[in-house]
Design a binder for this molecule. Structure first.
Ligand code: ADP
Ligand code: MG
Length: 704
């Protein structure tokens, strides 16, 4: 369907070829529609004019307006260092306005003796208020403007955009685009939906989101545009669901066979928790229906998800299928392999491993065994999704710590058999069901809400460097009692070199302060060779080392029950869910475990809240909630990286959960009367659905 808004943005007045390229490169804006869907991320109230005395340090770097008369100007510096300063004052005080660029133009537009509305970000120097590169507008002119909106949108920008277009220039482009596009914006929702859910018309919403005449109108516009995005997503999710359920091409696992029974009766090392039993039952029920299972298993760290994975894999094998389990890191994959091999030793079952660093023999063994059907369970990293991995009859896929995998990576596992295998996705990061559906598509959710018995809650403390001696003393005590200790350093991609230096320095000082032969210290980080990493993990696991110094590579899944202390260095640099994951490495055996969060004295408010929350609770669900709150809107990006299936510009599934629910309901109603979206009036909805599905890149039914 040809849509006028799909025309290139270069036809907008003030854009042209060069700027069109720039907009595409910097902001991904290609069409006029893209430009108009580039919404402000924030608004400033332009009805509010402060007196100079009111401008104070709490407004540092936020946009404000003052009304003041220019009292004089000055030039200083020469050449590239040249600057132009204007002095302005009102009855309450004076400010300095400075320009470093575009001086020729500014000096012409600033007239001494006249009064201006000054709009910009104040900074403070020795009690003086300064504005660098403010916008100026003569008071008479500003007050007479008819297109003066109460609120002005602030658009996110890049350095290039800011230096070529500037804030004002960008807004002008939006205005120009609006002028030509307005009449081409046609309503896409049927009348009854607008009525039913009290939504404002699309054209009004598009106008108001850029040029809000009032706070109320802005709110209504935001609600309408968010609704559309959610509706698109939900139409896609709900269509998929009915599609999957109509296909009835799920493998059948009707039998509880020899392997499962043998394991359950003779080898289970502990009794299952009620929650584990319930989830296994849910999986069992799913796999006898004839529908493909798509299940998300949420369970806090240490809740015993691996056992559920193993037992459900046995179920698949009992019914003549192969199973595979994908883990996000080499260490974790190796650990699963070791645990599962040990727990199933002597059974009529072949387990193989495949990772990126598998040597030729191991690799051949895995690939051949999997292709011939000889191997029953393949455990590995994302190496499992490579094309050369061909299963004889893959029926069941477990994905561990799924938040670490992108949608695409997961989707490729689905294609490893003619019919899609059943999928169990496991995560320790709990999210509400509707949110999960939005983020990961069409799936059912199981929860392990109970820890194995006998676990004592981990005690968490926050120390600064001043307490290091005390901490060292404590570690010595624990080690003397036969316990083991983790010391973890952050590793952030951007500052990797520095991070490794921190870790190396830390390691050296620990080796010095905890000397042999009393203390055995080992180290494990991403830069080491896989076999060295593995060896160091083995030493720790077999208690040949007392202290493991590591980066967050050990964050997920590592299981050493005798380790009782987790020291997290520069803890303020970790996110809440990461901290919780790391803490989950201890408290896995009997006995009291401890988590020590080390940080500097100076902390941002948010970091302090995170560390406080960690000390207050060990409940992963509560922490996850708090995490979402603390991260707020910024969360979207993080979620996207972690595999969000949908393209959302303005709606935030976390913050707008209610609206998401509403849109879900609306989608179900629409599809109830027109399941294929075939009616003429629903064609725009079809477009909306396509825009918000990730299906352009691969078959959507394969995304969990
Ligand atoms: P996670 O859910 O974080 O992946 P794991 O599967 O690694 O947790 O299990 C954590 C620890 O708890 C492991 O040492 C595991 O053997 C043990 N465990 C699992 N289930 C039970 C149970 N029902 N009773 C006692 N210990 C259990
Ligand atoms: Mg795990």
């Amino acid at each position: 369907m040809a849509n006028w808004l799909d025309n290139s943005v270069k036809y907008v007045a003030g854009v042209g070829e060069v700027r069109a390229k720039l907009l595409e490169k910097e902001l991904g804006i290609i069409t006029i529609g893209d430009l108009l869907s580039f919404y402000p991320f924030r608004y400033v109230d332009r009805t509010k004019i402060y007196s100079i005395a009111e401008v104070n340090t709490s407004m540092d770097s936020s946009l404000v307006q003052v009304r003041a008369r220019i009292t004089g100007v000055a030039y200083s510096g020469t050449g590239r260092k040249q600057r132009f300063t204007a002095f302005a004052s009102d009855s309450t005080g004076s400010v300095e306005l400075t320009w470093f660029r575009g001086i020729k133009w500014v000096e012409k537009s600033v007239e001494v003796g006249r009064e201006y509305i000054i709009f910009g970000r104040p900074s403070f120097y020795r009690g003086e208020v300064q504005f660098a590169h403010p916008e100026l507008e003569l008071v008479e002119q500003a007050l007479n403007r008819t297109d003066r909106f109460a609120m002005q949108g602030i658009y996110s920008s890049t350095e290039k955009i800011a230096s070529t277009l500037g804030t004002k220039g960008f807004i002008k482009l939006i205005r120009n685009a609006w002028a030509v596009a307005e009449k081409h914006i046609v309503e896409r929702l049927p009348e009854w939906l607008l009525d039913q859910y009290s939504l404002v018309p699309l054209r009004q919403a598009m106008h108001d989101i850029h040029f809000p005449p009032s706070a109320e109108r802005l709110k209504a516009a935001e609600r309408r545009l968010k609704f559309d995005e959610f509706l698109g997503v939900q139409l896609s999710v709900q269509s998929l669901r009915s599609d999957r359920l109509s296909r009835r091409n799920g493998f059948l696992f009707p039998k509880v066979g020899e392997l499962f029974n043998d394991f359950f009766n003779n080898r289970l090392p502990f009794s299952l928790t009620t929650a584990q039993k319930r989830v296994i039952k849910e999986i069992r029920q799913d796999t006898v229906t004839g529908y493909q299972m798509n299940r998300l298993l949420q369970g806090d760290v240490g809740s015993g998800k691996t056992m559920v994975a193993l037992m459900s894999m046995l179920l698949a094998i009992d019914n003549g299928f192969q199973a595979c389990m994908m883990a996000p890191t080499e260490i974790l994959a190796r650990q699963h392999y070791a645990t599962i091999s040990r727990q199933t030793e002597g059974m009529n079952l072949r387990v193989a491993i495949l990772t990126g660093s598998s040597k030729a023999v191991e690799r051949r063994h895995a690939l051949e065994g999997i292709a011939s059907g000889e191997v029953d369970i393949l455990i590995g990293t994302h190496a499992l999704i490579e094309d050369c991995v061909q299963f004889a009859n893959l029926g069941y896929v477990v994905i561990d710590e799924q938040q670490r995998f992108g949608v695409e990576q997961r989707a490729r596992l689905w294609t490893k058999n003619q019919q899609p295998p059943h999928i169990l996705v496991m995560t320790a990061t709990p999210i509400p069901r509707t949110l999960a559906m939005t983020l990961y598509g069409d799936l059912d959710v199981s929860v392990i809400d109970e820890l194995p018995p006998g676990r004592q809650p981990i005690r968490t403390y926050h120390y600064t460097d001043a307490a290091r001696l005390k901490l060292w003393g404590f570690l010595r005590e624990q080690i003397a009692g036969g316990r083991q200790v983790y010391v973890v350093y952050p590793l952030i991609k951007e500052s990797e070199t520095m991070d490794y230096k921190d870790l190396e320095d830390g390691f050296e000082s620990i080796v010095r302060d905890f000397p042999l032969p009393t203390y055995r210290v080992t180290v494990c980080h991403g830069k080491m060779k896989p076999q060295d990493k593995e060896e160091s993990m083995r030493q720790f696991k077999d208690h040949e080392a007392d202290i493991l110094v590591a980066t967050s590579v050990i964050e997920v899944g590592v299981d050493v029950p005798n380790a009782t202390v987790m020291v997290i260095e520069s803890a303020e640099r970790f996110g809440l869910s990461q901290l919780h994951q790391l803490r989950g490495r201890v408290g896995r055996g009997g006995g009291q475990s401890f988590c020590i969060l080390m940080s500097g004295e100076k902390l941002s408010r948010e970091a302090r809240q995170r560390l406080q929350a960690m000390c207050q609770t060990t409940d992963g669900f509560r922490l996850a909630e708090l995490d979402l709150k603390l991260r707020g809107a910024g969360d979207i990006n993080g979620t996207q990286q972690s595999g969000m299936a949908f393209d959302l510009k303005i709606a935030n599934p976390t913050l707008d959960a209610d609206l998401l629910q509403t849109a879900r309901e609306a989608a179900i109603r629409v599809l109830a009367t027109d399941p294929q979206l075939q009616k003429a009036e629903n064609q725009p909805l079809r477009t909306l659905r396509e825009r918000h599905s990730a299906g352009q890149r691969f078959d959507f039914s394969m995304i969990s």
